[in-house]
Design a protein around this ligand. Structure first.
Ligand code: GDP
Ligand code: ZN
Length: 308
């Protein structure tokens, strides 16, 4: 960036018109900054994750002077420069929703981010009974359907601190976002990953007799060594507002790969003759559950379009 001698840092929190900038030195305290009026004039607002140049002002605060070009920009949650999306799904409790997993994957393929699938509460796969059965089945399905497509899969147990080192290595040196339904164990996992971190978990808030407070703002957790994780409680409700129906096939990796072999350009892989995807589906090399979710999402998107 920059020709100027601005101080350099990363916005780690945005709240009530202030931007909290972490200086390049991870030991240093964050600087509470306002954004220069020029950004508003240009219709740009700083985002959490932005790498910025800032100056110190007389009142002990700072001012964001410039924003480095962004490598990515998520609208929901509003975070810039995310490189890796970690999709957290518990193997059971709550049961793994493959609809939600595929939805997340669509969104992430569309955003062009790297993805890791994290299967949390892996200790439950060692238990007897129906919970153990559903955990084992979820693991089997993810390993056999998603891993061969090139998605990296991690199994973690915060309870037994298992799989945490591997995941921590994956996060190293970049900005990641953790996404997943509430209750899958994201807070427990982050606490297990980051020494000294004490995010509130459901277990604690249940004991105190109040729901876990759901913050709306995004905050980056500093893991040191330029590794940051965005804690984004609101991220579980994704929709396809910015995604066109024609983009959907591209966001399913296996369909993207087969599409050039379909007879018709713009094939939707639902009813067309000589469709390579439908043929692979019949042969069992495209997973039936994935294709069913694809059709479901397409219907949802059509439905939504009709309503506007
Ligand atoms: P979040 O809503 O995704 O942040 O989930 P929490 O971290 O608050 O955890 C939700 C519930 O799952 C709590 O009751 C935790 O005790 C439980 N939990 C979290 N991690 C694990 C784990 O590794 N194994 C098991 N068995 N339970 C877990
Ligand atoms: Zn096709």
């Amino acid at each position: 960036m920059a020709t100027n001698n601005y101080l350099q840092g990363t916005i780690v929190k945005a709240l009530a018109g202030y931007y909290y900038v972490q200086p390049a030195d991870p030991q240093a305290e964050t600087v509470q900054c306002r954004a220069r009026g020029i950004f508003k004039k240009r219709g740009v607002s700083p985002l959490v994750g932005d790498r910025v140049g800032y100056t110190l002002t007389d009142n002990g605060e700072g001012a964001v002077e410039e924003i480095a070009p962004r490598s990515s920009e998520l609208i929901r949650p509003p975070v810039a420069n995310i490189e890796l999306a970690v999709l957290v799904f518990s193997v059971t409790e709550p049961e793994l929703s493959f609809i939600l997993l595929d939805k997340f994957l669509v969104h992430i393929e569309h955003a062009g981010l790297e993805t890791a699938i994290c299967l949390s509460k892996s200790d439950l796969a060692q238990t007897e009974g129906s919970a153990g059965d559903s955990a084992r089945e979820a693991l089997r399905r993810v390993r056999s359907v998603y891993e061969p497509m090139g998605y990296e899969v991690f199994e973690t147990s915060s309870r037994h601190t298992e799989g945490c080192d591997q995941l921590r290595d994956k996060l190293s040196g970049r900005l990641s976002v953790f996404a997943g339904q509430s209750g899958v164990g994201k807070s427990s996992l982050l606490n297990a990953l980051v020494p000294g971190l004490t995010l509130e978990t459901n277990a604690i808030s249940d004991r105190l007799g109040r729901g876990k407070h759901t913050t709306r703002h995004v905050e980056l957790i500093d893991l040191g060594g330029r590794s940051f994780v965005a804690d984004t409680p609101g991220f579980s409700q994704l929709d396809f507002a910015e995604l066109g129906i024609e983009d959907l096939g591209y966001c399913f990796r296996e369909m993207r790969e087969l599409a050039p072999s379909c007879k018709f350009r713009g094939c939707t892989h639902v009813h067309e003759p000589a469709c390579a995807v439908l043929q692979a589906l019949a042969e069992g090399s495209v997973d039936a559950g994935r294709h069913a979710n694809y059709v479901l999402f397409m219907e949802e998107m059509r439905e939504k379009k009709r309503r506007y």
